[in-house]
Design a protein around this ligand. Structure first.
Ligand SMILES: CC(=O)[C@@H](O)[C@H](O)COP(=O)(O)O
Ligand SMILES: NCC(=O)COP(=O)(O)O
Length: 237
């Protein structure tokens, strides 16, 4: 089964626009769970532009499904994750001011750093995932560094999909096979949507998890949250 983890960053973006508590990030997360989501993802950024550290602490005891925290492993982030102990931490190579994630790790260049950080999380019993492109060498070094899983950065797939979905998915299928041969679990995310998700899943049915935020929360404006979560779940069958 491929799990759907709903990324609620954009719910926090909307809440922060007015400084109050509408929409309530925790209620939305709990509703996503009751509508069928298998997990909740957050990406607390250093400027707290959407998810805040407090949200992460508040969410932890209330979630009934898997909690995935994404981010660049700066000391503050490592401290937060070790205190909150989510089911999974996803390491992303973003700089503090970046608009959104736009690349996977160079796991060869940053091998020693990743190895040290992954050890820390592995020793704390937190499953680890490393955000990577489809470059085989990057996946191999993620495995050597001690990752439990890799998350394939799917923006290039989403962008190429309208021009030809077979060519768009081909490098991801190859990367997924490499990850599987190395014994890594497999996640995927970024710009997955109702348009492109089912084809991705059909080609890589051994995917463990997709995390989806931007398109899903946008679709919910038209379809409502309950129907949206169910439609994304239907794409994973
Ligand atoms: C890691 C990744 O691909 C993206 O999930 C990222 O977490 C989205 O972050 P923003 O919501 O800040 O764009
Ligand atoms: N890891 C990817 C994620 O959580 C959501 O990315 P997006 O759907 O907001 O592009």
């Amino acid at each position: 089964m491929t799990r759907l983890s709903v990324n609620i960053n954009k719910v926090a973006t909307l809440r922060n626009a007015r400084g109050g508590d509408v929409p309530n990030v925790i209620k939305v997360a709990q509703d996503c769970e009751s509508f069928g989501a298998d997990g909740i993802t957050v990406h607390p950024r250093p400027d707290e532009r959407h998810i805040r550290r407090k949200d992460v602490y508040d969410l932890r005891p209330l979630l009934r499904t898997e909690f995935n925290i994404e981010g660049y492993p700066a000391p503050d982030f490592i401290d937060l994750v070790l205190k909150v102990k989510p089911h999974q931490v996803t390491l992303v190579p973003d700089s503090p001011t970046q608009l959104t994630s736009n690349a996977g790790w160079d796991t060869k260049t940053h091998f020693d750093f990743l190895n040290e950080v992954l050890d820390e999380f592995n020793n704390a019993g937190i499953r680890t995932s490393v955000f990577v492109s489809t470059d085989t060498e990057m996946i191999e070094y993620a495995a050597k560094a001690g990752a439990d899983r890799v998350e394939l950065y799917t923006e290039p797939y989403a962008t190429a999909y309208p021009k030809g979905r077979e060519a768009a998915v081909a490098p991801f299928v190859e990367a997924a096979k490499v990850a599987r041969s190395l014994g890594l679990g497999l996640n995927a995310g970024h710009d997955l949507s109702l348009v492109n998700l089912n084809y991705f899943y059909q080609n890589i049915p051994w995917l463990d998890e997709v995390s989806i935020g931007h398109a899903l929360i946008s679709d919910a404006l038209y379809l409502g949250l309950e129907r949206t979560v169910k439609e994304y779940k239907n794409c994973l069958r």
